[in-house]
Design a protein around this ligand. Structure first.
Ligand code: ZN
Length: 145
């Protein structure tokens, strides 16, 4: 991959993150969530609450609320889209895959993670990794407190 191509991909990923930040999906709360958890990242000031509805072992609706930086909110928005329809185990596995992707420059390529790969730019900035994983950590905490 040449530098031009890499720059174009960075640009595309940047746009995906900005789009979710500006037009967050599934922001709000559920009236009677089956699962709920909060997570905070004091280093950045992010505070998120995740609600989920579960039917027959599958996540049927997810909402997130709270405040935070662009990365934490964009990642939360992406999370709500990606985990709807998954079983609890599948959602946990996806969170693990994202955690591995962001663990460091030698992490897996994550070709099948789709738009979530947009978050991999943060692995150069360890402080931001927690921002990107915050909503996912809240979801995992809600599933297995
Ligand atoms: Zn943050």
């Amino acid at each position: 991959m040449g530098p031009d191509e890499r720059a174009q991909i960075d640009q595309l990923y940047q746009e995906i993150i900005l789009d979710h930040y500006r037009r967050p999906r599934n922001r709000g709360s559920l009236e009677r969530p089956d699962l709920a958890a909060n997570e905070a990242n004091p280093l950045c000031g992010d505070e998120l609450c995740v609600h989920a509805q579960v039917r027959a072992g599958r996540i049927t609706a997810v909402r997130f609320a709270g405040r935070g930086c662009a990365i934490s909110l964009a990642s939360a928005s992406m999370m709500t889209e990606r985990v709807a329809g998954l079983t609890l185990a599948e959602a946990q596995a996806l969170a693990d895959r994202l955690r591995a992707l962001l663990a460091g420059p030698d992490g897996p390529a994550g070709e099948d993670l789709g738009d979530l790969r947009a978050l991999q730019g943060v692995r150069k900035f360890p402080v931001r990794v927690k921002c990107a994983l915050l909503a996912w950590s809240a979801l995992c905490k809600a599933i297995a407190p």
